[in-house]
Design a protein around this ligand. Structure first.
Ligand SMILES: CC(C)(COP(=O)(O)OP(=O)(O)OC[C@H]1O[C@@H](n2cnc3c(N)ncnc32)[C@H](O)[C@@H]1OP(=O)(O)O)[C@@H](O)C(=O)NCCC(=O)NCCS
Length: 174
């Protein structure tokens, strides 16, 4: 799958084995790790990159894409499919290499993947939980049509702190 974005130098496309050096370079960053929930490791080692490239190659209902900026894989964007009663919900997650921050790349990427995912029968709702100390990501989601639904108080323990997260979602018919 290859998804264009509104930025001519930025596309979303499947991860490739040859992306490993760029993945290691950009992912091994505490400022990226600090803003992500889940299993994203720090430091980010070769084995972590191998594991990620294998996950990203799996063919289930989830969507795993590299953010390619100026010809190089510089970040990641995914929609993870929920199961059971949440089967029409997808968890959207993304990160971008720090040297590329502030150029609208995450916004363009979220807009593109959200439009694509919500046009598929599987996804009626996309959601993201943003850590309270991450206003740039909240801004990205707002610019991509997501709505702030509420605060989940003290529901994340990250980097030694118990903090709030903010639920953002975009639904197909709204
Ligand atoms: C969050 C992240 C994806 C943003 O990527 P990006 O390409 O720099 O984002 P964009 O350039 O598209 O947009 C960033 C917006 O945040 C704004 N912003 C930056 N710092 C800000 C701050 N301290 N407070 C409020 N807004 C801020 C920018 O001004 C911009 O908004 P604008 O276009 O209205 O001016 C990137 O910083 C990142 O990968 N961070 C680490 C991982 C992460 O946080 N992932 C998301 C987890 S929910």
């Amino acid at each position: 799958m290859y998804l264009p974005t509104e930025l001519p130098h930025c596309v979303l496309r499947p991860w490739r084995a040859e992306d490993k050096p760029a993945l290691l370079w950009y992912a091994n960053n505490r400022k990226v790790w600090r803003n992500l929930t889940g299993m994203f490791p720090h430091p980010y080692a070769e084995a972590d990159a191998d594991r990620w490239l294998a996950v990203a190659a799996s063919s289930d209902a989830s969507i795993y894409l590299a953010i390619e900026a100026r010809g190089q894989a510089a970040g990641s964007i995914s929609v993870i499919a929920d199961e059971n009663t949440g089967q029409h919900t997808g968890q959207i997650g993304y990160w971008l290499g720090e040297p590329l921050w502030g150029q609208g790349i995450a916004t363009a990427s979220v807009r593109s993947l959200a439009a694509y995912a919500l046009a598929r029968p599987r996804f009626e709702r996309l959601e993201a939980q943003v850590l309270a100390w991450n206003p740039p990501s909240m801004r990205v989601l707002e610019k991509a049509g997501f709505t702030r639904e509420g605060v989940l108080r003290q529901n994340v323990f990250k980097d030694g702190d118990l903090i709030d997260s903010v639920m953002y979602a975009r639904v197909r018919n709204a």
